[in-house]
Design a protein around this ligand. Structure first.
Ligand code: PEP
Length: 251
């Protein structure tokens, strides 16, 4: 199973800035990319075609959409569909990012519909889950993760190809804060997620990648990626520059 090194550029970068960063990333990382690594970039929608044109021809590199709606087309002002993402070169879609949940108000049911729909349309989907700091302090981490997995994956058929789905564990208190979760917290949460995935999909769930996200940086990525059940990382802030993200990719 290749480790998936994913960059979430959020609402940053104009078209030109995104192109320049994608080119930097290829220049710095493409020739040294180990066989067992895959690089994925989620640019803003407006730069997806430009970044796909740069990354998709490079071995081991691909792009994805940060969000999408659960229809192919229709009167859904402001929305974008999995078909439209694929049309501009995206292989992946992201669902349930904490900013979609906690800033933009998406609930578990909405995240679940998006996850199942994207998979049904041939996108590879990364479902993000993770607890708030209040939930961790109240000892509710397992309860939150179990619910987000059960509802978030509720519509996914049992005959799922495990390579199509990844889960990103992103404790909300570690996102954009500089406060990375400790190794014990990461290993414990990832083992719990693996156990739940196995109860949903059986043994093949061992092939579903579980990523860690939350203040991953060039100097902590090597240690995080070596932990049990950590099959990749999802990176926000430190992915915005080719220099720092290439060091993460190669860590
Ligand atoms: C993210 O946006 O998914 C994320 C993990 O951000 P950061 O790396 O900045 O914490």
């Amino acid at each position: 199973m290749k480790k998936l090194m994913a960059a979430n550029w959020k609402m940053y970068k104009t078209w030109g800035e995104a192109e320049a960063t994608a080119r930097d990333l290829v220049d710095l990382a493409a020739s040294k990319l180990p066989e067992d690594r895959e690089v994925l970039v989620f640019p803003p929608f407006t730069a997806l075609k430009a970044v796909s044109d740069i990354l998709n021809p490079v071995d081991g590199f691909s792009t994805g959409g940060q969000d999408y709606y659960y229809e192919d087309e229709g009167a859904f002002t402001g929305e974008i569909s999995p078909v439209m993402l694929a049309d501009v070169g995206a292989a992946y879609g992201l669902t349930g990012h904490s900013e979609r949940r906690h800033v933009l108000g998406e609930d578990d049911e909405c995240v679940g519909r998006k996850t199942a729909y994207g998979l049904s349309r041939g996108l590879k989907v990364i479902l993000c889950i993770g607890e708030l700091i209040e939930e961790r302090r109240a000892g509710r981490v397992h309860e939150v993760l179990e619910r987000q997995l059960r509802i978030g994956l509720g519509g996914v058929p049992g005959d799922l190809d495990p390579e199509q789905l990844s889960v990103a564990y992103e404790p909300v208190w570690a996102i954009g804060t500089g406060e990375v979760a400790g190794p014990t917290e990461i290993v414990e949460a990832h083992a719990f997620i693996r156990k739940n995935l196995i109860s949903l999909f059986g043994k093949k769930a061992n092939e579903i990648r579980i990523l860690y996200g939350g203040s991953v940086k060039p100097d902590n990525c090597g240690d995080i990626i070596a932990l049990d059940n950590v099959d990749g990382v999802l990176v926000g802030g430190a992915s915005l520059h080719g220099e720092s993200f290439s060091r993460i990719v190669l860590a």
